[in-house]
Write a protein that binds this ligand. Structure first.
Ligand code: SAM
Ligand code: SF4
Length: 439
């Protein structure tokens, strides 16, 4: 039996693409292992949202060279978002010519054929499609974690935020048909999945080009009816497209969790405009107010970029002020990274690395102290938890997530893994909760 290793960088979309590659490989009789040394095939599924992720891929490719020299029939394949950029493919051809196969995000479904073909030839096989056509249904996938599963509801993005490479690597926005999504989730539930996360770069614009008149809120109501499914999550919700109908759907659908990931990116209107985000700070705060009024126990998380070109100290302080006003339950924080080919890369008022790092640290300290405060206020509350496994730090503890997506650790028997239980919070820490199973 041939063995493969797959290493994935980046977001949930990439993780799910790797699950599809694993599904196709299982059909071809391959076995997944951890060790590059013992593998017949090594696949890197890459991310290019920030420069750091690219450096890591190049570093890892460099490490593969001696292995390839030793084991000539080892196949090295590189795919994912980085490969959608011509200058990167050229760099790989020049600096890492020992790579056997390069393919992109739009032709993932062609992987079995590409792999076969690359085995027949000595030179690097490169096949990257510029645009994705119709969404290909029915690609097998092996889910990393049966209890929880990612489900793509749409591909691509039409928003062109000026810092972001995604619209260039994932193509135009295309929604999957609701019946295909529901069918996929029903099958997952039959196989033991209790929680799904619906994925899209902007789920709030779901359904726009479909024949059937349907929006994201309608889709949530449909999925909420699936028997046996316990929890529905979704990401990402673009603030420019969120509406009252969706907020009501989150409130009304019994299985939709009380958590909205609502990336703000910045708290200053000039920066937001320059980012092409299409909402103002005031509009964003209005949405947050509406969400908190309709769903008081909602957890709100976000993405924030510091050091966007032209961001002044005063602009950055507006972001800190917004963070204080919203009081986020968690946040993904990013230092702005120049992405070749995006409009922001050409802006001439780039911020120095020192300033970016200083702002980043100041932002983290406020976010973390707010998170500590929010989690402390949960002490004494009883929350529903989906138990995911044993805690990594202490095997006598179980770990799971609340509906608000907070990690909680508590003592309990491993036979409870996979169950929904009520847990009383005994301690709120910045990044997690500690609790005990409630009577
Ligand atoms: N579609 C999602 C949205 O609009 O919120 C985000 C998807 S993107 C893969 C995830 C996050 O990466 C973005 O929300 C943004 O904060 C961050 N990001 C994207 N491009 C970046 C860049 N050039 N530098 C730093 N962070 C970046
Ligand atoms: Fe990138 Fe903006 Fe699209 Fe999100 S909405 S993927 S940040 S372009």
């Amino acid at each position: 039996m041939k063995k493969y290793v797959i290493e994935t960088w980046g977001c949930q979309m990439n993780e799910h693409d790797s699950e599809k590659l694993s599904g196709m490989l299982a059909n071809m009789g391959y076995l997944e292992i951890d060790s590059r040394e013992e593998a017949d095939l090594v696949i890197f599924n890459t991310c290019c949202v920030r420069e750091n992720a690219e450096f890591k891929v190049y570093g890892n490719l460099g490490q593969l060279k001696p292995l390839k020299m030793k084991k000539r029939d080892l196949i090295i394949a590189v795919c994912g978002c980085m490969m959608q950029q011509e200058h990167i493919v050229n760099h790989i051809k020049e600096k890492h010519p020992f790579v056997d196969l390069v393919f992109g995000t739009h032709n993932l479904h062609r992987f079995p054929e590409l792999l076969e073909n690359s085995m027949q030839q000595d030179n690097m096989l490169v096949e990257v499609w510029e645009e994705g056509g119709q969404i290909i249904e029915g690609i097998p996938s092996i889910r990393k974690y049966g209890l929880k599963a990612f489900v793509n509801i749409m591909n691509g993005c039409n928003n062109y935020c000026t810092y972001c490479i995604v619209p260039y690597t994932r193509g135009r926005e295309r929604s999957r048909k609701p019946e295909d999504i529901v069918e996929e989730i029903k099958k997952l539930v039959e196989n033991g999945t209790k929680e799904v996360t619906l994925l899209g770069q902007n789920v709030n614009s779901y359904g726009k080009a479909l024949e059937e008149k349907i929006d994201f809120a309608d889709l949530l109501y449909k999925i909420d009816e699936i028997n046996g499914l316990e929890r529905i999550r979704f990401m990402t919700s673009h603030p420019k497209d969120i509406n009252s109908k969706l907020i009501r759907a989150v409130k009304e659908c019994k299985n939709v969790c009380e958590h909205i990931h609502l990336p703000v990116q910045a708290g200053n209107n000039n920066v937001l405009k320059s980012m092409n985000r299409k909402y103002t700070r005031e509009k964003y705060l209005e949405i947050v107010d509406e969400i908190k009024t309709i769903i008081p126990d909602i957890s709100i998380t976000t993405d924030i970029i510091v050091g966007f070109p032209g961001e002044t100290e005063k602009d950055f302080e507006d972001t800190l002020d917004l963070v204080e006003k919203v009081k986020y339950d968690n946040a993904f924080t990013f230092i702005y990274s120049i992405r070749e080919g995006t409009p922001a890369a050409k802006m001439d008022n780039q911020i120095t690395e020192d300033v970016k790092h200083d702002r980043f640290n100041r932002l983290l300290s406020i976010l973390h102290s707010n998170m500590q405060e929010i989690n402390k206020a949960l002490e004494g509350k009883i929350l529903e938890v989906l138990i995911e496994g044993k805690s990594k730090n202490d095997e006598s503890y179980l770990t799971g997530r609340t509906r608000s997506n907070k990690v909680i650790n508590f003592k309990g028997d491993k036979s409870l893994i996979g169950e929904l239980v009520n847990v009383k919070v005994t301690q709120g820490k910045s990044f997690s909760l500690v609790g005990e199973i409630a009577e």
